[in-house]
Write a protein that binds this ligand. Structure first.
Ligand code: SF4
Length: 351
């Protein structure tokens, strides 16, 4: 792993992004923001699975009005996602949001951007400059040749950074999202060389659950491995809680965050002599929602079983119709196949 890039921290409510703080996992509600009960319900679900920042689309004045009510019921800091109309950004700030995501380029003339920057600064509210490949200004997107997407996205973002800096505003985060993974990686790497503002990572519109998780994991994983990234959002056409769970799994796989259990399980093969897949699914279900960072291994046979089981907090190495349970590296008991699940869970509870 490369050392993490040094960035200037910003505070979004009580959550620090950048400056060496743990990488923050965030998501976005998918309800109509004007529907306060539905939005609050979804925020609650996100809070329960560990989402640390929640962004909401604020497309009109009615959504701005709803924000105050939503905010009074949310524990997690809220970020308003604004496009085109600077009055919505001002209204969102008045409602007490902890962050803004906007694209100063589509807010219009400098006076309007200055009004937003002034109001955000007064409240200590950071602004994320969010550049997406799909919504580049027409003159930037026109005539783009292969390989030019990343530098053009960076140029657009830098122009907006300079605009905010010229207004004496530096509570800035930046994102440079594209569906294309190599372009996204290139864009973030270029930006990381140019500024020290914290970076919000994402692969935009990454798709439905399965392909989206893979695409996001590859893109975010490469950047995170290179020390780039201060907060992440996995964008999926799926319930937002799945985005949060996937985000933590990405960070856990690089040892960047601890969150709940880690389940090690072998793929099984012709050597297995127990019903392993059903067992692993059952263990996974039982572990869902557990918050303790416990490492559990469920292994099919003696080839790799004892080694992985020893290495976990609680491990099961199966044999023919029975298995050995390890706790903290030591074998503690032998159990029959029918007792695998309750025996494993009892050890996990006890560890
Ligand atoms: S641990 Fe055993 S059963 Fe599992 S994949 Fe390896 S060899 Fe096959």
């Amino acid at each position: 792993m490369f050392p993490r890039r040094t960035t200037k921290p910003v505070k979004i409510g009580g959550v620090t992004v950048g400056g060496g703080a743990p990488i923050v996992v965030q998501s976005m509600t998918k309800t109509d923001t004007r529907d306060v009960p539905a939005t609050v319900r979804q925020i609650r679900e996100l809070e329960e699975c560990g989402c640390e920042l929640v962004r909401l689309a604020v497309p009109d004045q009615e959504a701005v009005e709803a924000l105050k009510d939503i905010k009074s019921q949310a524990r997690v800091p809220l970020i308003a996602d604004i496009h085109f109309d600077y009055r919505l950004a001002l209204g969102a700030l008045e409602s007490g949001v902890a962050g803004l995501r906007l694209n100063p380029g589509n807010i219009g003339d400098a006076d309007k951007v200055a009004a937003v920057a002034r109001a955000a600064k007064e409240r200590g509210v950071p602004i994320r400059i969010g550049v997406n490949a799909g919504s580049l200004p027409k003159h930037v997107a026109a005539g783009m040749k292969e390989g030019e997407l990343a530098p053009r996205m960076v140029d657009v973002a830098l122009e907006q950074v300079r605009l905010l800096e010229s207004l004496d505003f530096d509570l800035i985060k930046i994102s440079l999202k594209a569906f294309d993974v190599p372009s996204t990686i290139q864009a973030y790497r270029l930006m990381a060389e140019k500024v020290s503002y914290p970076l919000h990572l994402g692969i935009t519109e990454s798709g439905p659950f399965r392909s989206g998780v893979v695409r996001s994991s590859v893109g975010l994983g490469i950047l995170l491995y290179q020390g780039i990234g201060d907060t992440i959002r996995v964008s999926l056409t799926a319930p937002p809680s799945e985005e949060v769970i996937a985000g933590y799994e990405i960070l856990k796989s690089l040892n960047l965050r601890e969150k709940g259990p880690v389940l090690v399980s072998c793929p099984s093969c012709g050597r297995v002599e127990v019903e392993l897949m059903g067992l692993v699914q059952a263990v996974e279900q039982k572990l869902a929602g557990m918050t303790r960072p416990v490492k559990v291994a469920v292994m099919g046979c003696v080839v790799n079983g004892p080694g992985e089981a020893r290495d976990a907090d609680v491990g099961l190495a199966c044999g023919k119709g029975r298995g050995v349970i390890f706790r903290k590296g030591e074998p503690v008991r032998t159990v029959e196949e029918k007792d695998f699940l309750p025996a494993l869970m009892a050890e996990i509870e006890a560890v």
